[in-house]
Design a protein around this ligand. Sequence first.
Ligand code: NAD
Ligand code: UDP
Length: 339
Amino acid sequence: DNRQNNTVAYLHEKTFPPVRSLRPSEKKRILVTGGAGFVGSHLVDRLMLMGHDVIVLDNFFTGNKRNVQHWLGHPHFELVRHDVVDPFMIEVDQIYHLACPASPPHYQYNPIKTVKTSVMGTINMLGLAKRTKARFLLTSTSEVYGDPEEHPQRETYWGHVNPIGPRACYDEGKRVAETLTYSYMHQDDVDVRVARIFNTFGPRMNENDGRVVSNFIMQALKGEQLTVYGDGSQTRSFQYVHDLVDGLILLMNKNYTEPVNLGNPEEYTIRQFAELIRDQISPGTAIKIFPATTDDPQKRKPDITRAKTYLGWEPRFAVRQGLNETITWFKKQVDEGLI
Ligand code: NAD
Ligand code: UDP
């Protein structure tokens, strides 16, 4: 009948980005935890375009179905609502383990849950890797270096973290996630990779997750004053998300098992960064100083010698170029009433 025909027509309407067709021997089943989040969804896009089968696990705490909506219904793609704190059974070849809130307001919202996500979530995914002999990649963070006394930070630096401060649930959670990863490698022969990711930005950042890039862009777009916490002399080094995705995929597929920094060494004070964003959007807007947050790292810049040497990786996007694309994306979201 008509209704049935309409349904069939509707089901055939959706067009997908063109994915490569791989021989069965090249095609991998890849699990991405946290795949509906900012970084995860860009990683999913790339793995899908490469022609792999991708399964996303996400509890949608900070992620959003909208980030992967364009793949829903694709025969190579599955989206599962699941909390990594609970075990999950599946057969896969590779696991990218990203699930964890990443912005300070989100990970501090429920610190106990953040620790559980890092500890129990990582144990569950390492257990899965052990059972299925899948290769496991942990997305760790530059926060394992804490408020660093070495600058720029090399992977050999052990860090300077306050174990009981407000950032500890995230920093120490990731540090123990690294410990677990290498314990499973040494004790149970799990094939592991560890990326230490430095501040990353790009389209699909959650507009109200409180991170500096989305805050400054949204404030400038609305003509509100830009909120600098502290005197603005603290530094960060920002990478564009597409560079990070290149690095994650290279790391997964190379034979290097030690931790690798992935970040763009282009370093800014937060004050300079506020001016850069303001001048690209609305030069007249004021920049206002607010009290510093507790335990805010004072400087951060990756030494990327390892990534260059062992992965042949370095960032290809200048910060300014990445910012342009990100600002364009945020503007479009605002114009379309999506945020
Ligand atoms: P995000 O918050 O956008 O993504 C995290 C995703 O994990 C979300 O989709 C969220 O819903 C999901 N998630 C959270 N807890 C979960 C749970 N218990 N079970 C299942 N899913 C859960 O953050 P992001 O920026 O995309 O970060 C991704 C990963 O990269 C995180 O592990 C983060 O620690 C790491 N990282 C990111 C940055 C950065 O600057 N973006 C820097 C260093 C490290
Ligand atoms: N920051 C700021 N204004 C904001 C948000 C953040 O000045 O509106 C500062 C924050 O204090 C820190 C830096 O920007 O020094 C980066 O903060 P973010 O939360 O993005 O990431 P972090 O590197 O601290 O995890």
